[in-house]
Ligand binder design. Structure first.
Ligand SMILES: *Cc1c(COP(=O)(O)O)cnc(C)c1O
Length: 362
């Protein structure tokens, strides 16, 4: 028998969440972001979950080509663009669009004649300082790109560093929007600005945050980029990671649990051992107290997470027995709650679910 740990992917939740994203941005077209194996949910399932999207956006060339082979005929966008001439030829061959964020990419495109034109997303650095042209260089980069005969449609894009915080003290979203508008002034082209955090802010920034295309990722999977809870945004979890109790220990006050004896009982307790550990993708740095559900009751982890197992507090869960269902995150237990307790974000947890975890869908 396989170990009882299973990740269930809820394709209907993905469809629902995409509709939520669209509702925040009426009239905008939507790229569903499916990088990192659709944030751990699988490309096949993303194809069905996001069948209604206007395009799929990702980083990995091999997966972009795979999406075409799987029958996706709508646009595909490579968010980091091309890395070499072979990528450009693959883009032309498979009809892939790509971001251009640096002058080296444009120079390579100039000296790589293509059989068919490629659509390009010119990226502006509006303060994140990761990728993109500075606002003052943007017009020149656009003109140089526009002059290349094998460039088709050009879209203008930027990425927000702090869209999840209303008025970030270092770099408010409004300041990034202002820089974008300044750098893009006078260029007639579609615009692509909002990740999930931006999409969720769109209703509040209706007049300022104007985006022909949105690029939601995390919200499509039922996680949030910060701010309100997923439930508060009307999002549904797209992944439930669950396992079972495979052992139960009755311990006394003064007994310890797990490697390093990091948890000491201050009273007699029942401890459950769950078949889930860091080799399954559960964060090892999750401290005692990280939320977990046993038999539908919210409780806490105790002691260190080990490679294949972890311990949970069964106090007050009288139904618990070997074989009881344990939800690590997902339906009934927001992934963001677990991530916050573990000092990380839902994105990292989703992406880290290990190969050995069986994936099913409902
Ligand atoms: C990953 C990514 C997104 C999606 O971000 P979320 O925070 O998951 O919504 C959008 N745009 C770009 C350029 C990205 O790299």
């Amino acid at each position: 028998m396989p170990r009882p740990i299973v990740a269930t992917i809820h394709v209907a939740a993905m469809q629902h969440n995409l509709a939520r994203a669209r509702a925040c941005a009426p009239g905008a077209k939507a790229w569903a972001v499916v990088k990192a194996n659709a944030y751990g949910h699988g490309l096949q399932r993303a194809l069905r979950g996001f069948a209604e999207a206007d395009g799929l956006a990702l980083i990995e060339f091999d997966n972009a080509v795979r999406l075409r082979a799987m029958g996706w005929t709508k646009p595909i966008l490579l968010l980091e663009g091309w890395f070499d001439a072979a990528d450009l030829h693959a883009m032309a061959e498979h009809g892939l669009e790509g971001a251009a964020h640096c002058i080296e990419q444009i120079a390579l495109l100039e000296r790589t004649p293509l059989a068919r034109p490629v659509d390009v997303h010119l990226k502006m650095n509006t303060g994140m300082n990761r990728l993109g042209f500075k606002p003052a260089q943007f017009g020149a980069a656009y003109a140089r790109l526009r002059a290349i005969p094998h460039v088709g449609r050009i879209t203008l894009m930027t990425h927000f560093a702090n869209a999840d915080e209303a008025a970030h003290e270092c770099l408010p979203i409004r300041e990034q929007i202002r820089r974008f508008n300044e750098g893009a002034a006078g260029i007639e082209a579609p615009r692509s600005l909002a990740n999930s955090a931006g999409v969720l802010r769109m209703p509040a920034l209706r007049d300022e945050l104007v985006s022909d295309w949105i690029r939601p990722g995390i919200m499509l999977y039922g996680g949030t980029p910060g701010g309100a809870s997923a439930d508060g945004y009307g999002l549904r979890p797209a992944m439930t990671l669950e396992s079972e109790l495979i052992g139960i220990q009755d311990i006394e006050a003064g007994d310890f649990v797990g490697y390093g004896s990091r948890f000491e009982a201050d009273r007699a307790m029942r401890i459950g051992t769950v078949a889930c550990g860091y080799a399954d993708g559960y964060p090892r740095h999750a401290p005692t107290g990280t939320p977990v559900m046993v038999d539908g009751v919210r409780t806490r982890t105790v002691g260190r997470v080990s490679m294949d197992m972890m311990a949970v507090d069964l106090t007050g869960i009288d139904t618990a027995r070997v074989g009881s269902r344990v939800v690590l995150w997902g339906e009934g237990l927001p992934i963001d709650d677990v991530a916050t307790s573990a000092g990380t974000i839902g994105y990292e947890l989703m992406c880290a679910v290990a190969q050995r975890v069986q994936v099913v869908e409902n």
